[in-house]
Each structure stands twice: as C-alpha cells, then as structure tokens.
Design a binder for this molecule. Sequence first.
Ligand code: UT7
Length: 410
Amino acid sequence: MLSQVTTTENRRLIRKRLIPSGAEPPTARDPHFMTNAASHPLAEGAGRRPRDVPSRYAAITGWGYAVPDKVLTNRDLEALVETSDDWIRMRTGISERRIAGPDETTSSLSTLAAKRALESARLEAADLDLVICATTTPDHLLPVTGCVVQERIGAVHAGAFDVNSACTGFVYGLIMGTQFIRSGNCERVLVVAGETLSRFVNWKDRNTCILFGDGAGAVVLEATEEKSGLLSSVMGSKGDVGHLLAIEAGGSARPATLETVAAGEHLITMRGNEVFRFAVRCMSQAATDALGKAGLALTDVHKVVPHQANLRILKATQEALGLPIEKMFVNVERYGNTGAASVPIALCELLAEETVQPGDNLVFVAFGGGLTWASAVVRWADVKALTRDRQEHPYSLSEPSKQHSLTPTA
Ligand code: UT7
C-alpha cells in the first residue's frame, strides 16, 4: 500500500506518479479487480463498489524494440537445408528474419528495447518499481535475465523476475505487470520480452530453422485513473501436449551431457502440423473470450496485434474471428517468429504508423510452448497528456550490445 512506503520514497512516488496522493488502490477483493468496470455485470447499479473509490489502471506510456542488424533471408537458408524461398513464403509468409551476432544476447537486445521504452515514456530507469522479463531463451539459468536487464538499464529501485510461457510470455507479463499496478504494489513496471531463439534452433532441421528469429520489445506501464491499459484478459495452458514444442535437454530433468549435446537435444523440436492446428483454434477463441470479458465487440477494435508465428495461422485466425484483414497487424514477413518478443515488436511497428489514437481498443493474442495461450484487450491511453510535463531522458542508443559479464567489475 502506498501509505506504507517510507516518507522519502513516498515523496519520490508522488512527484512522479499519475494518480493523486490520496488515492487508494483497489484490492483483489474488489469485484472490479482485473475486469472492465463499466461492462462488468456487478458494475451497473449493483452498488457493490463505493462511488468515491477512484479506479486505478495501468496505462502503456512507453514502448521500444530492438532487433539485430544481421538479416537471414530465405535464400540464405537454401544453402543450409533442402528448402526454397517459394516454399517458405507460401507456407509461412516469412521472407527474412534477424539473427543475433556473436556479441548479442537476450539481455543485450532486451536492454536496448527497455531503454527505448523508457525514453519514449520520458522516464529514468530509477523510476521503475519492477522489471518483468519474458523469455524462453534466457542468457543463463542463473542469474535471472530480468536482473541483468535491471542492472544494465540502472533500475536501482526495481524488483526483477523472468516469466517463461514461451511465445505467450509478453501477454502473460503484461497481465502480471498490470496486476502489480492495480493492486497498488507498484507505480511503474517495465515489461520486456526478449529472445535469441537462433541459439536454440537446429540449423539442420528444415521444419523449424526457417521459422525463428531474434529480437526484443518492451513497454512501460504506469498507474493512472484514466480508464486505459488492460481492460480484460484470458490465459490458458495445456501441459499434456507440451511435447509438441520442446527443448528436451539442458534442464534439471535431463542435464546437459556430451551425449545430449551430440544428439542435439538442447535444440528446439516441434510437431509443426499439430502446433499449427492448436494455434488456429486457440488464437481466435482467446481473442473472442477477452473481448467478451471486456464487453466489447469486434467492431470496437482498432487493431488485433497477434503473435507472429505464420501468416497462414494469422489468416485463419482472422477468418475465424470474422475480422477485416486490415484490422490485423502483420510483420511476420520481416522478422519470422521472435517468440515472446513478437507481440511487442509488432505493437511498436503499429504505433510507428501513428494510426492509434487515445481511446482505441487493441487486442493482443498469442500462443506458444507449454502449450500456452493468452489474450489481452488494451485501451490506448492519452499518452501525450500523461507524459506532457516530463523532461526528455535521452539514452545512449548507440551503445554497443556487449555480452553481460558474470565477472564482478568492482
Ligand atoms: O510460436 C509457436 C511456434 N510454432 C509455430 O508457430 C509452428 C506452427 N506450424 C507451422 O508453421 C507449419 O506447420 C510449418 C511451417 C512448420 C510446416 O508447414 P506445413 O504446411 O504444416 O507443412 P508440413 O509439416 O505438413 O509438411 C509438408 C511437406 C512435408 O513433405 P512431405 O512429407 O509431404 O513430402 C515436409 O517434409 O513439406 C515438407 N517441408 C518442407 N519443404 C521445404 C517441411 N519443411 C519444409 C521446408 N522446405 N522448410
């Protein structure tokens, strides 16, 4: 609770935050917690919620992404496995993907995306209370990649942890970050998703190596009274079919040995066809359910920002939803499947088009290993108004993407 924060800390929060100092956040017992208050069945006239309790939302006020410079085209892949540019384009919609260079890691790409997100929110990293890092490809099993990012951006007042729900990770992270804000635990949360899937791809397996790419995307969430940010969400999982998309060895169940490495068991395996069918089913259902929870119809949606796995999956989802084609944002042709990073990278590219206006509703929807799925309905905030009074905090974006060293520097 805000009232329990120390005086100095309290002053810092009140100086920066977007809600009045007296505002009490709702608790998890509040019937409107994590729901769209206006459309919730208990909201209208039910009288369960005192009128003078201010609402608290988690607006997206900053965003940024980073991808490696190195481009791997379909033609490049023709030299590695028996495939063709035509086949890859026709079956996946992918033309090229980005591949991390020797000095780039999940944390270095995530750090750059995080700095760009902070810069666009005009915040300093020291303003953050929490860093949530979604990744399936952490730099190490320990330390936590979120902590590596926290240290490299200088988020000295923030807690940090990783979320691994594969390609669904960013949407899960966004839902979690929102809950930390709406419960009153945090004022500002960075949700960053980064992947270097190329390090776990079997470059001899044409079923998988054509699909994946590397990158990172980040958003800053901030407490506000304006009805914005996450309005509703759904999450799902189906562990009984987890084997359809797996990395068998390198974890505690099957630690890495010379044999596991020689057999390539530390690399991604996938039953693509079955994952494809699962994806088409769950993407449209998850988006429909999230919209229903928010009390919104498809006509209320400005854009759907889906996990960019395969153009055919996106088209099938769009058709199943009955969504006009121009309402689905697609950039899979340039980046391939960047795992958890794909939704925030797509969001950043959508925002760069400058068509999203305050009050617009966006739908994020993703599926991935686990198997997992999630969807989130997000109302776009009046970001200019929320950040207007702030100084710019330009970061050095030309900083080289160095490997994080595990050797203490002091
Ligand atoms: O974030 C979640 C990650 N996973 C996914 O999103 C994957 C979802 N699945 C897919 O995107 C598709 O299943 C793939 C792109 C992986 C495969 O496409 P498909 O249309 O399902 O092909 P398929 O597996 O049914 O294979 C059809 C044929 C097979 O040949 P035969 O057995 O019919 O002779 C494959 O061996 O295509 C062959 N094939 C290829 N041919 C040329 C498979 N990969 C390739 C390739 N180039 N890269």
